[in-house]
Each structure stands twice: as C-alpha cells, then as structure tokens.
Design a protein around this ligand. Structure first.
Ligand code: NAI
Length: 776
C-alpha cells in the first residue's frame, strides 16, 4: 500500500509487538515443560502441544499431569502449609507485594506470552489483563497485612485445589492464588490445557518473589488432571472457574468430602439499553461487552435487550461500529479482535450460529484465514431460542427488543444464569430502579465489564457461588479457628411397652403459606415422652408437601423487598409472643426431651433479638475502585432456603437458623427436628400471631430421610442448610442440579453459645456488586 493510498483509506498499518523475548523464554526451556512442584520444574512427562491459535504454530510442549503428579503437588503443598499458614501477615504481604512488582517488571513478556498462547489482542493483554493482575497482588498484599487484625478467630483452610479456564489465563490465576496465599493457604493450580504458559512463567517468577517452595504448585493437563485435583483427599478447598457443566460435575465429585467450594461459572448476561440512554456510549460499551476477548468472557454482555422505539437506530449504529472492528494478528497493536482460543471452540461457535433460526449479521470487516470468527449480531430470536439461553462464548451477540422497564426485567431474568448485567439509561431513577431487580451478582450502570480487586465478582443461580475480590473474596479462603466436634444422631423415643395415653388427642399440622395444613399422604406419627406418655401426633410430610411449601415461599417474595426495619419489628414481635408463652414452651421441651427447657426458651428469645438487631445493621460497602465510579457491595437475600433443623436443641436450633435467614429477607422451608418436632409445631402458633406474612416461614414435620433429597434437588430452592443427621454427601450431590448453595457442616453446634452472627448472615445473603458512575 502506498502512502497516498493509506491517507485515502485512513486504514491502519500493522504495528506488531515483538515476540522475541517470549520466544527466548520458551527456547530457554527447550520448549518443553514439566510441572512446577515444590519450587522447581519437574522433568516433562506425557507431553502435549500448546499452540498459538492465530497462526497454528506449536509454541511448546507441556506435561499432562497424572494422578501421581497431583499427589506429588498436593503433598508439596501440604508440607509447605504449616509454616506458610503461621507466617506473620506482614511477611506474606511482602511476598504478595513482590509478586505485584515482578508482574509489573515483566509485564511486556507476560502480555506477549499471554497473547501468543490465547489469541487475545495484545492491546487487551497489555492494557487490561496485566494491570489487573498486578492490582490483584497489590490489593491482596494489603489483605494479608490486615488480616490478623480484621479477621480475628479465622484461619486458613489448608491446600487449595484451583482449576482455571483459558479466557484470562493469568488474570484467573491471580484471582485464585492471591486471596489463597494472602489468607495463608497453599495452592495447587491447574491452568487450562489451551493456555498453560503464563502460569508456568509466573511460577518461575514466584521464586524471585521469595515465595517458599511448595506454597504454589502448578500442574498442567486437561480435564482429567483437573478432576484428579478436585477429588484429591488432601485438598481442603476447591475453587473453579469454567463452564457450568463442569461446575456441576465438580459439585457432585466433591460431595461429602468436607471441602469448601467456590464456583465461578457461565453466564448469558443481559445488556439493557433504554430509549433515553446515551446511544453512542451504549454502542461503545457493547463493543467492550461482547467483543472484548472475542466474546470469550464469562460475564460478556451477550444478550442485548434494547427498547423498541430505538432498536432500529441502535442496531444501525451497532452494525456500523461492527464493520469498523479490525480482526487479525493479535500481536498487532492496532487489532481489536484476535483469534478464537482453539479450532474446537471455533467449530462450536460456528455450529451454534449455523443452527440458529435468527437473522444473522456478520461484520463486513475482512476475516483472516485461521482461527478467527467475525463479530456477529443475531436478531429475530424468541426468548426461549437456544442462542438466547445458552452461552456461546464467542463474538456473537443476540438481540431482542422490549417495551417497558418491567418487560426488560422479565426478559433479563429469563435465564438459568445470574452472573452480570448492564443497564444503560441517562435517567438515574430508572437505572437504580432496575439494578436491584436484576438477578445477577454484578450490575454495571452505564458501563460494562469493569473489574477490580476490591470489588467482589461472582454469580447467583447457575452462574455459581462465592465471590472473588474484596474482603468477601478472602472469606472464601478462611474458616473459624474453633475445632469442630462430631455430630451425634439422636434417635426418636420409641413407643413404650406400656403407653400412657390420656386426655384429648392432639395432632399437629404442617404450616404452609401461613395456614395449618394436613399432610398430603395422610400419615402421622406418635411422639412419646421419655417417660412413655403420648404427647401428640405429627404429620409426616412428603414431596408434595415440600412442593407446596416451596410454592408458598415463592409467593411470599414481597418479604425480600420489605424494609429491614419492618423485618426487625416482626422478629421482635415473634420474640415478644414467644416470651408470653415461655413457660408452656419450656414445659413442652422438657416433656419431649426429658431435659429442662427454660434456658432453651430464654436463649431462643435472645437469639430472635440478636437477628432483629442485625436486620438493619448487616451493612454493605462502597468499594473505592480506581476509576470514576463506585462499586457498591450490597447484601441481597439468597431467596428460598430449605433448612433441615438440628435435634440437639429442637427450638433454639430452629430459631437460630430461621431468624438470620428471614432477617435478611429470605423465605424458608423448615424441616423440624425429627425426634422432637412438637416445639416447631407449637411455634407456628407464635408465628401466626406475629404479623409474619404467610409463606415466609413454612414448617414441615416428618422424616428427614423423606425430605432431604427432594429438598436438596428442588429446582426452586436457592440454598439448603443441613444441621440434622442427614449426610452432607447426599445434600451436596443433589444440590448440583440447580447449583444451589449448600451449608451442611456435618459437625455439632453448641446452640446455647453466643453465635458468630456474621457467619449466619453471610450464609443468608449474597453480595451484589453494583458499579455506578460517581465523582469526577
Ligand atoms: P471447561 O469448563 O471444560 O474448562 C475449564 C477448566 O476446567 C479447564 O482447566 C479444564 O481442564 C478443567 N476441567 C474440565 N473438566 C474438568 C473436571 N471434570 N474436573 C475438574 N476440572 C475440569 O471449559 P472448556 O471446555 O474449555 O470450554 C467449554 C465451554 O465452557 C465454553 O464454550 C464456554 O461456554 C464455557 N466456559 C466458561 C468459562 C467461564 O469463565 N464462565 C470459561 C471457560 C469456558
């Protein structure tokens, strides 16, 4: 092209970034890598190739980790744990600070290597991924420094098994290892098979940062290696980012192993443009939302919802912008769109688009040969169409229109995912009315794809659970220092040989939707006192009763929108009404369990006060993110929580779980203690007189063995807490269906002791991060 032609077309000339330093690093290792275990590279084993997707060239061979490799790495991490976990926070902070500085000092090399291995434009790896990686280590150096003072009584978990995807290889590594190391854990991390190189380079750099050997181990390999790592008995915590399908498999594979688990999974995030939005900004935002990293972003704004009146104009502007996007050599600094990570992913994207019935617009921009896919817009799909529901994970945007704000919310939430959402409107009232209604872990107002180490990131529903970033992210790597005690099952009192039956028959009912209900199966069970007296009968609930209770809980959704002040008032009122009947409840507990009940009733009243107090004091935060904006961390209720109540304290246990849940705005379905259910059935009479809206608390009685499985598997329950004798393995396994949150410690709780209220409140909420413009 002549200079005149360039001036005429105004097209960019190539501006390639040099790959010399990255190639030299690869050559220095003979382009063959073992794993990084115990502070050094192992000899390469069972190698496979990793390629540059833009050129197809083989970059290096890396090793396929076997289960023996995983054993070695976990053993190294376990050896390093005692010392690292006791290393003072300041010393850990210094290492994390050194890592941040090393990332900055080697930013160019890391960015180029990332782009070569992944195919993302160098502009992105250089200006987005690397600065965010460094920021993550800086921020977590600070958390390590402050941890002892700010998180008293907490300790690290042990060896963390971390599995990450290929879309942000180094950034995901940073998100995983920075909080783990800051908290004093040790790590075995498996990078994705397409993109292992920057993790290996980082491991090498970590030695320079003074990270003791064995604290960080990198095992390369595919899904089998990942599966061996997450199932390893030496791993105390699993953290995974990747597809929802694999997330579900990991939930099942780790069920009952007593491991902490966080999952950051897929999404189909809505990008909502109202007719009063600044359309040019919204178009620019959309370029970042869906064409950043070729759309291979878990929180990509892949579902455009645009208000009907402006749809045509908006689509026209968008197409014009799409046509101007430059696709090509990712190492070229003038390129907007790089390569798709691997031909397999390219085939998946093509097949999904080809199977679609919508109207497909592909950007008119020239498409180079190889692993590239053009920016694509698909319109004319129904809300239920596969491309409207499934993650494409490519540069493909689907679009549909809406008429009213209410319809926008309904369409936005019409998905099994709940990772992120963007709202565009110049009307602050509208934007801030919509943001809380969106079922998503992250909401950007007039922005998109903003991330920061201080702001929690993570999803709800099938986008997973747990947060990365902020104090909330650190919490996922800590546990209370107290030693757990084993839980002992308490059998029901059997029917005596010589029963004493006197007085009127008393049959307690179930409590569903604010009404007493007969059990569907028409079955009941006698409850005997230890002295052989018939105390009454309780209904045996079945699946149908559970279904009705869940429906009632859903119908009571306005509770989640009620003010914290009014929830507090109702909790106080419940306490007041329980207090009025304290003697009666104490007597009931005594006749059921044979133990004095007065202190349990007093503690129950106290507990109701505690959570009434907390209802309006479990505060969120405003995160000082390094840009013109604020990230608000708000505590949202989880939704409908199924609770299997404990037997050790039939009334106090129930109240200790119910109270924080409803204080935070959840609705609950309680399965009362199986051997001692009468305190629960008496308690609904207290609820009935306490202004609690029907359906907020539903109480079932009967066998936990009949209720636990359908509860853990129910698609409309958002979390299950299990404090009875049901095995956590069953609950965790069944929960994989809709990826509900599970809290099943499997250990005894001293219900009479003052609770660590914050841990109950954390289980009752998820953090929603709302990014909004603020300040200059
Ligand atoms: P994937 O979920 O299979 O892979 C992510 C990581 O998990 C990789 O390191 C992989 O080796 C590992 N892995 C695979 N099976 C495993 C198992 N059973 N146990 C433990 N670890 C396992 O994702 P994949 O196949 O690379 O991409 C497929 C689709 O997943 C994409 O098209 C996209 O829709 C979605 N995806 C979503 C991501 C997100 O951040 N939400 C990231 C990557 C993929």
């Amino acid at each position: 092209m002549t200079i005149k032609e360039i001036f005429d077309s105004m097209s960019y000339g190539p501006a390639p970034e040099s790959n010399a330093e990255a190639m030299a690093w690869l050559e220095q290792h003979g382009r063959r890598f073992g794993h990084w275990i115990d502070g050094r590279f192992t000899a390469p084993e069972a190698v496979f190739e990793t390629r540059n997707p833009a050129t197809g060239a083989v970059l290096a061979e890396v090793s396929q980790g076997s289960s023996e490799t995983v054993d070695q790495a976990v053993a190294a991490a376990a050896r390093a744990f005692p010392k690292w976990s006791r290393t003072p926070g300041h010393e850990r902070a210094k290492v994390l600070y050194a890592l941040a500085r090393l990332v900055q000092k080697h930013a160019r090399l890391l960015a180029v290597l990332e782009t070569m291995d992944n195919g993302k434009p160098i502009r992105e790896s250089r200006d987005i991924d690397l600065p965010l990686v460094a920021r993550h280590f800086y921020y977590h150096a600070g958390l390590a420094q402050l941890m002892a003072a700010e998180q008293p009584g907490m300790q690290p978990l042990g060896v963390c098994g971390q599995v990450i995807p290929w879309n942000f290889p180094l950034l995901m590594l940073a998100w995983k290892i920075a909080p783990a190391l800051a908290a004093g854990n040790t790590v075995v991390l498996k990078p994705a098979e397409y993109t292992p190189l920057t993790a290996l380079l980082f491991a090498e750099l970590s030695r320079e940062a003074g990270l003791p050997k064995g604290v960080l181990n990198i095992v390369t390999g595919d899904g089998e290696t990942g599966a061996a790592l997450v199932a390893h008995p030496g791993v105390a915590k699993v953290a995974f980012t990747g597809s929802t399908e694999v997330g579900k498999r990991i939930r099942q594979a780790t069920a009952g192993q007593g491991k902490a688990l966080t999952l950051e999974l897929g999404g189909k995030s809505p990008y909502i443009v109202f007719d009063d939005a600044d359309l040019d900004s919204a178009v620019e935002g959309l370029v970042d939302a869906i064409w950043f990293n070729q759309g291979q972003v878990c929180c990509a704004g892949s579902r455009l919802l645009v208000q009907e009146g402006i749809a045509e104009r908006f689509h026209a502007k968008l197409k014009r912008r799409m046509d101007g996007l430059r696709i090509g050599d990712p190492l070229d600094k003038a390129i907007d769109i790089g390569a798709i990570v691997d031909p397999i992913q390219l085939r998946t994207i093509s097949a999904m688009v080809d199977a679609s019935e919508g109207e497909v617009y592909r950007a008119a921009t020239p498409l180079p040969q190889g692993c590239f896919y053009p920016p694509t817009l698909i319109t004319g799909l129904s809300p239920a169409a596969p491309l409207m529901q499934e993650e494409i994970f490519g540069p493909v945007l689907v679009s549909m229109t809406f008429r009213t704000p209410a319809e926008a919310v309904e369409l936005a939430n019409n998905t099994r995912f709940g990772l992120a959402a963007s709202v565009w409107s110049e009307n602050i009232n509208l934007a801030l009315d919509i943001a809380p209604k969106l079922r998503a872990g992250v909401v950007w107002v007039n922005g998109t794809n903003m991330f920061d180490a201080a702001a929690g990131f993570g999803g709800v529903r099938e986008s997973g659970y747990g947060r990365e970033g902020g104090w909330e992210g650190l919490a996922a790597y800590l546990k209370p220092a107290a030693k757990p005690r084993p839980l002992k099952a308490i059998p029901a009192i059997p029917a005596p040989r010589d029963p004493q039956v006197s007085g009127l028959d008393r049959t307690a009912k179930l409590y569903i939707g604010g009404k007493q209900a007969r059990p569907d199966g028409g079955q009941s069970r006698a409850i005997w006192s230890p002295k052989g007296r018939l105390l009454g009968h309780i209904g045996l609930s079945n699946r149908k009763d559970l279904r009705n209770a869940v429906e009632a809980a859903h119908a009571a959704k306005s509770w989640s929108r009620s003010t914290a002040h009014s929830r507090a008032q109702i909790l106080y009122y419940i306490a007041e009404n329980l207090s009025a009947r304290a003697t009666e409840f104490a007597a009931r507990l005594q006749e059921m369990t044979g133990k004095p009940g007065t202190s349990e009733v007093e503690a129950s009243i106290n507990r109701l006060f505690t959570y009434a107090a907390w209802a309006d004091k479990y505060e969120g935060a405003a995160k000082p993110v390094p840009m013109r904006g604020l990230a608000l961390a708000l505590h949202e209720p989880v939704g409908v929580i199924g609770i299997l109540c404990p037997d050790e304290a039939p009334l106090l246990g129930l109240i200790s779980l119910m109270a924080p849940a409803i204080a935070m705005g959840n609705r609950v379905v309680l399965a009362a203690s199986e051997p001692f259910p009468l305190a629960a059935s008496d308690f609904y009479q207290v609820l009935e007189t306490s202004d609690l809206p029907g359906g907020v608390v539903n109480i079932l009685t009967g066998a936990h063995a009949d209720l636990a499985k359908p509860m853990a598997g129910h698609a409309d329950i958002d979390a299950v807490w299990s404090f009875g004798p049901t095995s956590p393995a069953l609950i965790e396994h069944e929960s994989a269906g809709n990826l509900k949150r599970v809290w099943a410690p499997g250990t005894a709780v001293d219900w009479a002791a003052e609770p660590d209220a914050r841990s109950y409140l954390a289980q009752s909420t998820s953090v929603k991060t709302i990014w909004m413009p603020y300040g200059e």
